[in-house]
Design a protein around this ligand. Structure first.
Ligand code: ADP
Ligand code: ADP
Length: 228
């Protein structure tokens, strides 16, 4: 359901961040993307939600080629792809509830359905009781759980996470992984770039290792494989 065919990404400054990648990720898979800093992991996953466009090659998601997708269609694509960042990116003046409801309000879902769905996803991340809080009133782990709730409120087929535990302590990171496993169990494909060796080596999943813009390893139940 996600397929890259001969994908290259050269930035305007001449850096070849992705240098010929072919990969297929099936619906419902859980994939870790690992590799040294500067290897091209972020560029690889940014192309999956059209934050970056490839210089060459095709990126197919559910039959749509993101390399050719018109700018005005990008918002429609994003409804089927939830994105979670290392630094949460919550809207600071909106409550937890409002941060999560936002994506549904944009598509003019009816208010009754919005309330039901927002409460459902806040329940999944165990934050119903903090629906009225502002992001700054939450711990880092709680803020990440809000951002996860926001990313799945549209019931996307795919969730992309770029170092989602990068700012969190180990215990909180495991909590976040429990939630990811639950979301994946319900059928959502997860692609997660990470430097967390403990997690990759404990919760065994497919591992794609990127080095110098190419896939260096692709293993069904892989290891982290680096010392950092
Ligand atoms: P990783 O996520 O593995 O650290 P990145 O995809 O961020 O790797 O970066 C891959 C290479 O592309 C690095 O050399 C980085 O400096 C370069 N790069 C990343 N983003 C940009 C950009 N917007 N403009 C120019 N070069 C970039
Ligand atoms: P952690 O140590 O896990 O990062 P904190 O000590 O920051 O967590 O917060 C512990 C609890 O107190 C959290 O549930 C958080 O929601 C709540 N909390 C933290 N700061 C505030 C605040 N300014 N207003 C209301 N609740 C807060």
């Amino acid at each position: 359901m996600i397929e890259m065919q001969d994908v290259y990404k050269k930035y305007p400054n001449g850096v070849m961040a992705v240098n010929g990648i072919n990969v297929k990720i099936k619906q419902g898979e859980f994939v870790y993307v690992v590799g040294p800093s500067g290897a091209g992991k972020s560029t690889f996953i940014k192309m999956m939600y059209r934050e970056e466009k490839p210089t060459k090659g095709a990126i197919m998601i559910n039959g749509i080629n993101l390399a050719k997708l018109k700018e005005k269609k990008v918002p429609f694509l994003r409804r089927n792809i939830g994105v979670v960042f290392q630094d949460f990116k919550l809207l600071p003046r909106l409550t937890v509830y409002e941060n999560v409801a936002f994506a549904l309000e944009v598509i003019e879902e009816n208010p009754k359905n919005i309330k039901k769905r927002v409460m459902e996803v806040l329940d999944l991340v165990k934050l119903k009781h903090k629906a009225r809080f502002l992001p700054e009133e939450l711990s880092g782990g709680e803020q990440q759980r809000v951002s996860i709730a926001r990313s799945i409120v549209n019931s996307p087929g795919v969730m992309i996470a770029d170092e989602p535990t990068g700012n969190l302590d180990p215990e909180t990171s495991w909590e976040i992984m429990n939630i990811f496993e639950e979301i994946n169990f319900r059928g959502t494909t997860i692609v997660m770039a990470t430097h967390n060796r403990e997690i990759v080596n404990t919760i065994k999943k497919r591992v794609i290792a990127i080095e110098g813009g190419k896939i260096a390893r692709d293993e069904v139940r892989g290891e982290y494989g680096y010392e950092d």
